[in-house]
Design a protein around this ligand. Structure first.
Ligand SMILES: [Zn+2]
Length: 420
């Protein structure tokens, strides 16, 4: 019997909704005869996560009671803990033409792929502003997650789905894209009981490597698990991030303690609530722990740097098995001569670096992923204490290949200013 953490939900077993073999062939033929509802990239990602069991125990897109329960209390109507609503929207025109109980085909609006068949049981309007205020803690239309919710169509459709496709992920990210059952099988083959997940959406630099190594000291292994879906403009694409991780792991880690994988979701940038969602699906992937560092799943200055850690204290006991490994802000300190964190390093001054990457004065090298991207796009030398040369070389290659450099905007926290 598996010693890994059991999947989320009362039944404690993975519930993948992806059809296979003959059933899949028949359902695809059936889908072609049904009314077609276009769905967004985020909705496709959510459908795939349900397909592969990553969103166990969800049976489909949420109805109104579950939407309301998730938004207001992070709990579905049957008592299952769920921190962010997983919903699907349709135009009023489309919704008006569907009978309740009717099967419809969900078609990815970009690729035209038939993603799933949904049995529509509910059609309901939502208060989008209320959802944003509760889930994102803001209704600012500049927030990329809020903008996506506000752009949803007028009517939500709820009902169980049968998933027909994993979209572009199995081909485009062969070797990285991983289903929960596959990740669990790898962990089991290595005899792991405890696994810490490291969520990544930026290139892996020394701070991330430090977090991963601390996690390996306390768990059997680390699962470097990165987002393969859509990010915001200016972020580094997954294929480059994958190469950076490989370069680091191959040279600086014991490979038998590390598994790399990817998952098909888009970023929602919901900060604390998204950290909880990250823990829920990591439980399905077999991870006992999730590393939660500074500003996990945040964007701009919308969330306090440790809000995503604090929110775990609001989860009812036993509602979520995957536990946070709460890590402080980590950096290289020139006086410690080592990687350190706010929790361990007594030297409070900020290091000053020249354009050639040389240390001039001060102690803590506080460079965010955003700051790194700015240095690279401007052709400055990145200090070796911040990122390994193998990683920098790969990133430089990526930036040199870009035709139009996206200007990187810096928000307060990304400049490395320390505010205590
Ligand atoms: Zn220090």
């Amino acid at each position: 019997m598996s010693q890994l953490v059991s999947p989320h939900g009362k039944e404690r077993k993975l519930k993948p909704l992806l059809l296979e073999g003959q059933a899949l062939q028949e359902a695809r033929a059936e889908a072609a005869t049904l009314k077609r509802i276009p769905i967004t990239s985020r909705e496709s990602g959510d459908a795939i996560m349900m397909g592969i069991g990553g969103f166990t125990p969800l049976p489909g897109f949420m109805g109104q009671a579950d939407w309301k329960g998730c938004v207001d209390q992070m709990t579905m109507s049957d008592g299952t803990f769920w921190p962010i609503p997983v919903t699907l929207s349709a135009s009023k025109e489309d919704a008006d033409q569907i009978r309740e109980g009717e099967d419809v085909a969900l078609v990815d609006e970009e690729s035209g792929t038939f993603m799933a068949i949904m049995n529509v049981q509910e059609r309901y309007p939502i208060d989008k502003g209320h959802e944003c205020k509760e889930v994102f803690r803001t209704t600012d239309p500049e927030h990329p997650g809020v903008a996506k919710v506000m752009a949803q169509r007028e009517v939500n459709l709820g009902g169980p789905i049968r998933v027909l496709s994993e979209g572009r992920f199995p081909d485009e990210f062969a070797g990285i894209y991983q289903r929960p059952a596959e990740a669990r099988a790898v962990f089991e083959s290595r005899g792991w009981h405890t696994v810490a997940a490291l969520q990544l959406r930026n290139p892996m630099h020394n701070s991330h490597a430090y977090l991963a190594k601390v996690a390996i000291e306390v768990a059997d292994g680390v699962y470097i698990h990165q987002l393969l879906g859509v990010l915001k403009p200016g972020d580094i694409p997954a294929e480059t991030r994958v190469k950076c991780i490989e370069a680091l792991v191959n040279t600086y880690f014991r490979p038998e303690r590390v598994v790399q994988g990817g998952y098909p979701l888009d970023m929602r940038y919901a900060g604390p609530r998204e950290a909880l969602l990250h823990a829920v699906f990591r439980q399905n992937y077999g991870c006992s722990h999730l590393i939660v560092g500074r500003d996990h799943a945040g964007v701009g200055d919308y969330y306090g740097p440790f809000d995503a850690q604090k929110i775990f204290d609001e989860v009812p006991r036993g509602a979520l098995l995957t536990q946070p490994l709460k890590m402080d802000w980590t950096f290289y300190c020139y006086s410690c001569g080592d990687m350190a964190s706010m929790k361990t390093c007594p030297h409070e001054s900020k290091a000053v670096i020249d354009d050639n990457g040389n240390h001039i004065s001060g102690d803590r090298l506080l460079v965010s992923g955003t700051m790194l991207r700015k240095m690279l796009s401007e052709g400055k030398t990145v200090p070796k204490e911040f990122s390994k040369p193998e990683v920098i070389a790969l990133l430089r290659q990526y930036y040199e290949g870009l035709e139009d450099n996206v200007e990187i905007k810096l928000h307060g926290a990304a400049t490395g200013e320390v505010t205590h």
